[in-house]
Every structure is written in C-alpha cells, then in structure tokens.
Design a protein around this ligand. Structure first.
Ligand SMILES: Cc1cc2nc3c(=O)[nH]c(=O)nc-3n(C[C@H](O)[C@H](O)[C@H](O)COP(=O)(O)OP(=O)(O)OC[C@H]3O[C@@H](n4cnc5c(N)ncnc54)[C@H](O)[C@@H]3O)c2cc1C
Length: 290
C-alpha cells in the first residue's frame, strides 16, 4: 500500500528538529530508522502530516562508557551495537538482545532509540533496559531531561516523551564485577517478534548471594513489564534452582498477555515463566564466571 501524503523534513541540527516538532504538535513524527514507522504508514495503521528525519543530525550515533554508564546515542543502529566489542565484552544482556532483533537488513537501519520510543511491548529492548535499570535522555525546547526507564512506558505504544521531544541518549549503568545478564526469546521463526522473552541482569555479592537483580519481560502485557515481585524474591538469596523457580513463577504472575496467532494466554504465561528461569540461570552463570 502507499502511505498518505506527508511533508518530509531533514533538519541538520537538533534544535531545528525540535522546532519543527513544536510547530506541528499534532501531526509531526520523528523518523529515525523507519523500520516501525514506515510499515505503519504504508499499511495506513498510522498517519503523519510531517516526518522529521533525524538521520542528518550529527552526533547522535555513538556507544561509549562515561561517568558510570554505557551511553548509546539515540540514533545508534542495532548493527553498531551488535558489532561493538565493548557491548559483547561487558554488556552480554544487550548483546543477546540486539542479535535477536529482526534480521541483518532491519538491524542495519533500525535504531535503539526508535525501538524504545515506539513503545511497542513486543519490541525487545524495553525489557532489557528495564532489567538494566537504564534511563533515557529526552531533549526538547527546554533542554534535556532524564527519564528512568521504569517511568518511560506509559501505555500501549505510548511513552513519557512529549510530542516535541527527541530521545537523544540511552544510559545503562555499567555493571560492577560479579555481574551477568542474559536475554532469552521464544520466536516462531528467526526474525520474528517474541512470543515471549525475558531479560535478566544480576550482580552477586562477595558471598555469592544475589545483591542486585533486574527482570524485564517482552510481549507479556500492554506495556513492557518489570517483574518487581520476582526481583524482590531473589534479593539476598543464593541463586539456586529453588530461588530461580520461585522467582520465575512470580514473574509469570505479573504478566497479562493477549491471545493471538503466537499462542493462548495460558501458553504465553507459561513461556514467560520458563524463559525467566532460563534467563536467570544464564545470567547467574555469567555473573559467576565474571
Ligand atoms: C521485518 C521486521 C522485523 C522486526 N522484528 C523485530 C524484533 O524481532 N524485535 C524488535 O524489537 N523489533 C523488531 N522490529 C521493529 C524494529 O526493530 C523497531 O521498532 C525499530 O528498531 C524502531 O527503530 P527505528 O529507528 O526504525 O524507528 P522508526 O521506525 O523511525 O520510529 C518508530 C517510532 O519511534 C519514534 N522515534 C524514533 N526515534 C525516535 C527518537 N530518537 N526520539 C523520539 N521518537 C523517536 C518515531 O516517531 C516512531 O513513532 C522489526 C521490524 C521489521 C520491519
């Protein structure tokens, strides 16, 4: 299908882009990699009078460690994350996640910022960022503000970004020693959205118990889910099979998936439990080897 007509803008600075968004608050959309937005427009599931392409704005594509965070520029592509030695070495949860997003063609264009800003509970990065306890930087007419990721996803395809704000950076706290993370996804075929998926990030104390834990769930409800009761249940515990089994049950209880072609509600809840257990076990093994 052919999308409805729109004006295309390609500003060269962040300020110009924000001004354009401010001028058309009701019908302007940021265009980043276009891998979610363009299909929506083509299928006429969405419309926009103005597309503000942020691809020509310099300085929005980077991956670097600074001030205790891994900082990812808002327009950094999945392929850059996938091929980053730093990410592979120190952020295995993020590396796991990027590798299972779509296919190489999509990953060459799709951006991490777009993956989060889209607010799709089926996207993979939201759960991972919830598990990491990340934050995002939103830049608008009044400057930049930081939004904790657990306050970012406000509804189905809705986020805390104002219409004239651009997601300019993602900040993942650099994990201390004895940390590990993993993302485990069930998909019908390679490149598909998740039937269900779980992200786990763990830090062990000197005595081997769990000091810090984050768990995020993909496609398990109308918004990405942070499994807080499951996290609480693990704190201070030895990371053994019983603790993981109990936490995984709590994670499944926190889900409210819908039935669709990927499975029934019961099946998806059960998959959330199984995948949480697998992600936790892998995260623990990685933390123990760290
Ligand atoms: C075939 C296919 C398979 C896919 N499979 C997966 C998958 O398995 N897992 C997965 O997670 N995703 C998957 N996706 C979705 C896609 O990877 C993400 O949604 C994509 O990364 C979005 O990023 P983008 O840069 O392409 O955003 P765009 O499509 O350009 O934008 C998406 C939305 O976010 C807004 N936006 C984008 N960037 C910003 C910004 N910096 N600031 C403010 N708003 C912004 C746009 O206005 C728009 O509303 C798939 C897509 C395709 C086409």
């Amino acid at each position: 299908m052919i999308p409805g007509s729109f004006d295309y803008h390609a500003p060269g600075t962040l300020k110009e882009a924000i001004d354009l968004l401010g001028k058309h608050p009701d019908d302007a959309k940021v265009l980043s990699g276009g891998q979610s937005l363009l299909p929506l427009l083509k299928l006429r599931l969405g419309s926009a009078g103005h597309l503000v392409d942020i691809g020509k704005i310099p300085g929005l594509e980077y991956i670097k460690e600074e001030g205790g965070f891994l900082k990812i520029g808002g327009r950094t592509r999945e392929a850059a994350v996938e091929h980053s030695d730093l990410v592979r070495k120190k952020y295995p949860l993020l590396a796991d996640t990027t590798e299972v997003i779509a296919d190489p063609l999509v990953r060459n264009l799709a951006t991490v910022g777009g993956n989060l800003a889209h607010g799709d509970p089926a996207n993979d990065h939201p759960a991972t960022m919830l598990a990491y306890g990340a934050e995002v930087v939103a830049t608008g007419p009044k400057g930049a503000r930081t939004i904790p990721i657990d306050k970012f996803f406000t509804g189905l395809f809705e986020t805390a970004l104002a219409p004239d704000e651009i997601l300019t950076e993602i900040r993942i706290p650099t994990p201390p020693p004895k940390s590990g993370g993993a993302y485990v996804k069930l998909e019908r075929k390679v490149g598909d959205f998740a039937t269900a998926a779980a992200a786990a990030q763990i830090t062990l104390a000197a005595n081997g118990t769990i000091e810090k834990v984050g768990i995020g769930l993909t496609n398990a409800g109308p918004t990405p889910i942070k499994a807080t009761a499951a996290e609480q249940s693990l704190k201070g515990k030895k990371p053994d099979a019983d603790a993981i089994a109990a936490a995984s049950k709590l994670a499944a209880q926190a889900t409210s998936p819908s039935a669709d072609r990927r499975g029934s509600v019961e099946y998806k809840k059960e998959m959330a439990r199984v995948l949480t257990a697998r992600a936790l076990a892998k995260a623990v093994a990685r933390a123990q080897g760290a």
